[in-house]
Structures are given as C-alpha cells and as structure tokens.
Design a protein around this ligand. Structure first.
Ligand SMILES: NC(=O)CC[C@H](N)C(=O)O
Length: 492
C-alpha cells in the first residue's frame, strides 16, 4: 500500500497534467494534503517558487489545484531545451549546466537520486502524492535509466493509471500497445485506464470499454468528456484558442522557436476585447496595435530566426507608423543594440546585433536571476507584479527611463527595463505582467491609445474557476473511490 499514484499517458498531450491537476483539486476538496509531483519535466514554460527556485509551470498550476504553495520538490528535474540536441538542466530549482541529450542520458542515474530525495520529502510531509509521467512509458529506447515514467514507478512501486486521448482516434490500440511494450512487473503496476476528451454517444463506446477490461483484466476508471472552454496554463504547447467577442485591440505575439513563458499572454488571449494572434514561421506581421516579442531560451538563435522571417522590417515599419511594441525578457534584450554571450550560456555565437530600437546591450552571465518582484511604474501609474527568470544583465542609457522602479528588490536592483522617449516601446524583464489586473488594464490603455479602458481579466480568479470546473468533471466521470482505495487511502 502506498499513498503515491502515478498518471502516465499513451502519448504526449494525452491529458496527464490536466488529470493530475483535476485529481489534486478533488483530493484537496476531500481534505487530503496532496502534493503534485513530476520527476522530470521538459518545458520552456517555468514558474518561480516562493523560495526562488524554478519548476515547470504545470506543477505550479497543480500546486494551486492542491491548495499548496509551489515547491521545487514538485518537479526536481526540469530540462529547458535551448538547441535541437541540448538543454539547460535544472535540479531542485537551480540551473546546474547545459547538457547534450546523450550526456544527460548517462547523467540520469544522478538525476534519479534527486528525484527520489524529493519524493521522500513529499512522502513525509503530505498525505498523498499525485505523480505525472512524461511523454509515454512505451518509448522503449529510453527505458534504460528512465526516471520519468516506469523507471520511477518501479523504483517506488506505486500504482499507475494510463490516460489516452480518444479524440485523435486509435485509443484501444494506444492502450493495448502501450501495455504490451511494458515488462510484466510494469504491467502489474498499471491499475486502470482513463479515456480522455470523449465526445459523442457514450453508449457506442461501451462495448469497446468492456472489451478493454476483459482483455487486460484492468478497469476503466472513467471517461472524461472533451471539456470545451477549459483554459488552463498549457505546459508547453502554445494554446491557440482566442476568445474574442468585441475586439478593440489587436495584438501580435511573435512565435519564436525557443519561446519561453508563453503563458505571459494568457490574460490577453482570454480577454474578449483583445484579438491576439501568434505570428508563425513564414507569416508576416499584419496591421496590429501592439507587437509583443516574448521571452526566449536562446535569444541569439531566436533573433536570427526573427531576421530570417523579415520580422525586423515589419517591426520597424510598425514603430514608424506609431504602433506600440513590448519586449518581455528575451524579447526585451532583442530590442537593444547587442546581445553578448561570451561564455556560450545559450548559443555557439558570441554576439549578435539587436534590433537597435533603444540604447542598451545585454550580456548573458552564468548566474540566473529567479525572483518574484513588485514595483511601481510611473508611466502606467500602477504597481506592477511579476517574476524574473533570466541569465542576461542589461545596461545602457535607455534604461535611465525605467519601466518599473523598485523599493526592496530581492537582489537590491533599483529599476527594471525601459520606456522609449516617445512612450511607444516598453522593454521589461517582468514575466506575468498582464496577470496583475491593475497593471494589465493600464497596459491595455497604453497599447490602445486610450480606447480600451475596461477592467482586465483577473487570471488568478479565472484559473480557480477553471480548476473547479475540471475537478467537477473528474468527480462526475471518474471512479474517485476506486482511485482513493488504489492509493490505500480508504478500503473500498
Ligand atoms: N525568460 C527569458 O526570456 C530569458 C531571456 C534570456 N534567455 C536570459 O536568460 O537572459
């Protein structure tokens, strides 16, 4: 009997993070102290914990669902890919180095120690732990030294649920195929299945479910419907839905190959007055009010990409015609004169010319800034809150007209970013700045030249509603008692 349960998926995007978030809320509602846990996450969308550590954004969301503050033990290993073959490796919230995939593969034995020590701590301080796997356990080429799926589950011998997405088709083949690629011991750990994103007549599915249970001897724990209108922080894939009913402000976000923290734009995407679009490879930036250059895990490479798409020309034209421009973190760094990377923190190139829209430059350094921050923006006449995740340090005369001034920054810094002399361009290290309703409202007023003066979306309230909506669906469609008994929390 154990109080840990692991959710694994037949594919990426099968719904693992969502199911874990839903179950965390369901168990929290029942009075359990529950911790989310993802041994190893590969994502460029991260969050800062109150102690200043870095974890995957999905685990921060699951922590909210569980009603506990995010902690680095919830995601002991975070891999942030910054090239096709390499990633920054973050262990217990701290970046330790960049590693090529093959090197990391050998490093996994060390990583497993970090995973197990985090899990041990959670086991001691929580009633139960809800674990999320990564990708699928059927990647037989990655099974040796695995820490993300069955490698972890067999080590601690916890029950496993496998979730599959029926919307894409082939759900029975996915489930049976996945099971068949597992060893007997691993198959033994699989205690049931969840079918996700079902739409249609459940009566027509029943014979398939009966067949599956008979064939495997394992129960189907429930069929979750396709939840239209569920908008939760996407783990890595950029969420594309845009809710527009009365568009007043057009925003274009450049979809950079190493975009980081794209959830910065969720509060805009969910605002019915904002028409937000992502500008993709081969597309040009059309007529918009605001262009946003997002964060990037590889600023030099993404700047190269931006030039190859000719977006620099579109940005210059946009600014010439009075359009507004905001650069966030890596996007802010791109607005300056140069990016220097003498230690090759992110890139094989040592320097790259920036867009030259403001007089400052950035140097990437070994130490990484990770903070929750709050300051005052004179230009917005508002407090601004957010979080910082960056290695770059920016300096230059443009920064004298700062975007935000601090009193009591954790690193003793006095100000952040810049605003151009004509107030058209903002550069800032603040992630999540549209999440703060008062700053967001002031930014929308700025971006729309005073046209849009409605309260901004409060993303925290929205997120809470969404988690409850998800948990209600889990309570309605899943056999929660069976899951509780599987975890040894009750006797059925
Ligand atoms: N989050 C970001 O955009 C980071 C920007 C850049 N890669 C840095 O580390 O400084």
């Amino acid at each position: 009997m154990t109080t840990t349960l692991m959710v694994q998926g037949t594919t990426s995007d099968a719904g693992k993070s969502t199911l874990v978030a839903g179950l965390c809320r369901v168990f929290a509602r029942r009075g359990y102290r529950i911790a989310p846990f993802k041994p190893q996450n590969m994502a460029l969308n991260s969050a800062v914990t109150p102690e200043g550590g870095e974890i995957g954004r999905a685990q921060a969301l699951q922590a909210t669902a569980a009603g506990v503050p995010p902690h680095t033990d919830f995601n002991p290993i975070l891999l942030k890919p910054n090239s096709d073959t390499g990633a920054q490796v973050i262990i217990h919230g701290r970046a330790i180095s960049n590693m090529e995939a093959a090197v990391y593969h050998d490093y996994k034995k060390v990583a497993m120690e970090a995973v197990l020590s985090s899990h041990r701590r959670l086991n001691e301080s929580y009633d139960c732990v809800m674990v999320e796997g990564a990708g699928s356990p059927a990647e037989i080429n990655l099974r040796e030294n695995d820490i993300a799926n069955m490698g972890f589950a067999t080590e601690i011998k916890c029950p496993v649920i496998i979730i599959a997405d029926i919307d894409k088709g082939g759900v029975f083949a996915h489930l049976i195929g996945t099971l068949m690629l597992l060893s007997e011991d691993e198959q033994e750990l699989v205690k049931g299945f969840v079918i996700n994103r079902f739409r249609g007549d459940i009566g027509l599915l029943q014979s398939g479910l009966d067949w599956l249970e008979k064939k495997t001897g394992k129960p189907v724990l429930g069929v979750l419907p396709y939840l239209h209108n569920l908008y939760l922080d996407a783990e890595d894939a950029v969420a594309a839905e845009n809710i527009v009913s009365k568009p007043t402000l057009k925003v274009a976000v450049l979809l950079l190959p190493h975009i980081s923290n794209h959830t910065d734009f969720d509060a805009l995407r969910l605002n019915p007055s904002v028409d937000l679009c992502y500008v993709r490879h081969t597309q040009r930036i059309s007529n918009v009010d605001l262009i946003a250059i997002p964060g990037s895990k590889n600023v030099i490479s993404d700047l190269n990409f931006l030039y190859s798409e000719c977006w620099d020309q579109d940005i210059q034209r946009h600014v010439r015609y009075g359009g507004k421009l905001i650069g966030i973190c890596g996007g802010f760094q791109m607005l300056g004169e140069y990016i220097y990377d003498p230690l090759h923190i992110e890139s094989t190139e040592k320097e790259m010319k920036g867009l030259g829209l403001a007089e400052f430059s950035t140097e990437l350094t070994e130490s990484k800034t990770l903070n929750h921050v709050c300051g005052f923006s004179k230009m917005l006449n508002s407090t601004v809150t957010g979080y910082e995740i960056h290695c770059g340090r920016s300096y230059g005369s443009a920064l004298r007209k700062s975007f935000v001034d601090f009193e009591g920054h954790p690193d003793g810094v006095l100000s952040d970013g810049f605003i151009s002399e004509d107030d058209q361009i903002i550069g800032t290290y603040f992630h999540g700045l549209f999440d703060d309703p008062s700053a967001s409202q002031a930014l929308l007023l700025w971006a729309s030249n005073g046209r849009l003066d409605t309260p901004a979306i409060d993303i925290d309230i929205k997120r809470e509603q969404q988690i409850d909506f998800l948990a209600d669906a889990c309570e309605q469609h899943l056999n929660i008692r069976k899951i509780e008994s599987m975890m040894g929390l009750i006797t059925e």
